[in-house]
Design a protein around this ligand. Structure first.
Ligand code: ADP
Ligand code: MG
Length: 265
């Protein structure tokens, strides 16, 4: 099914019209559709605090992400990008609406597992060296220690970090630590790779290399890749550019470039 067709059929895109299939056909169609939906957000909202002090970080976000999609999430600081990625990763619970992972299972099955999230801030464990940091989620996911270490070393080599393999996080620059976190995510061979400003601390050339590595890895495994970024050059490397502004997500499908799909209420 083409993206344009998917969009026409998406539950948020039309409402009941005369062309809609009957209940049984609709059910069959929904079953076919969910098999490749990695994450489905419906009217997803997240607020922090309560009463007058409440911050609404995300309002009514609705979208589906499928295998092989490569999406840039763009928006100014504080617009809700990290909040959306954390919800998609199952790291946080929504305060309204729903997030599900139709092709991947329950929240508890996601990490370590088919979903990897590269956090925006520092995320390496201080007592573990670089290889151990990269290998840990693999071991937690059931791989034996030797195999996990080998896979960790391959991921580090891919990001040109082999010489840092035995360093502790405190011995790394911010940019090096960020790339180790990327290697850790790639080593998990996730089906959904969520990267929160992964090039934020990198110089231009390194940022370009990291984006190429992320794209290649996603291409090889057929994973979906979602990258939040401020950088238009980074965003241009991905297939679709979705906007987040004041907690409102707008999905723009590249196959329907003349038409924006507002994804917030
Ligand atoms: N844990 C938190 N507690 C309170 N407010 C938060 C928290 N996390 C995010 N926010 C607020 O939610 C809004 C969106 O934040 P965030 O998703 O981090 O935006 P972005 O990633 O686009 O910079 C901001 O106003 C931010 O201050
Ligand atoms: Mg952020």
């Amino acid at each position: 099914m083409s993206d344009a067709e998917r969009k026409r059929r998406a539950p948020n895109s039309g409402g009941a019209g005369p062309e809609r299939p009957g209940p049984q056909a609709q059910e069959r169609e929904d079953m076919t559709e969910v098999t490749d939906v990695l994450v489905r957000c419906r009217d997803l909202g997240r607020s922090y605090g309560s009463g007058r002090a409440a911050t609404i970080a995300l309002h009514h976000a609705t979208c589906d992400i499928r295998s092989g999609e490569r999406i840039a999430l763009m928006g100014p600081s504080g617009s809700g990008k990290s909040t959306l990625l954390h919800l998609m990763a199952g790291l946080e619970e929504p305060t309204s609406g729903a997030v599900t992972w139709p092709a991947l299972g329950q929240r508890a099955d996601l990490r370590p597992g088919p979903v990897a999230l590269i956090l925006q801030g520092p995320s390496l464990l201080p007592p573990l060296d670089v290889t151990e940091n990269v290998a840990l989620p693999l071991i937690l996911g059931g791989l034996d220690a030797d195999e996990a270490s080998e896979r960790a070393q391959r991921a580090l080599a891919r990001l040109e970090l082999s010489e840092l393999a035995t360093k502790l996080p405190e011995e790394l620059s911010g940019g090096q630590a960020q790339r180790v976190a990327i290697a850790r995510a790639l080593a998990q061979q996730p089906r959904l790779l969520l990267a929160d400003e992964p090039t934020g601390q990198l110089d231009h050339a390194t940022a370009a290399h990291v984006i190429e590595v992320l794209l290649d890895a996603a291409h090889e495994s057929g994973a979906a890749l979602v990258v939040s970024t401020h950088d238009p050059e980074v965003a241009q490397r991905l297939d679709e550019r979705w906007r987040v502004a004041d907690g409102h997500l707008t999905v723009t499908r590249s196959s329907t470039t003349t038409q924006e799909e507002p994804c917030s209420a």
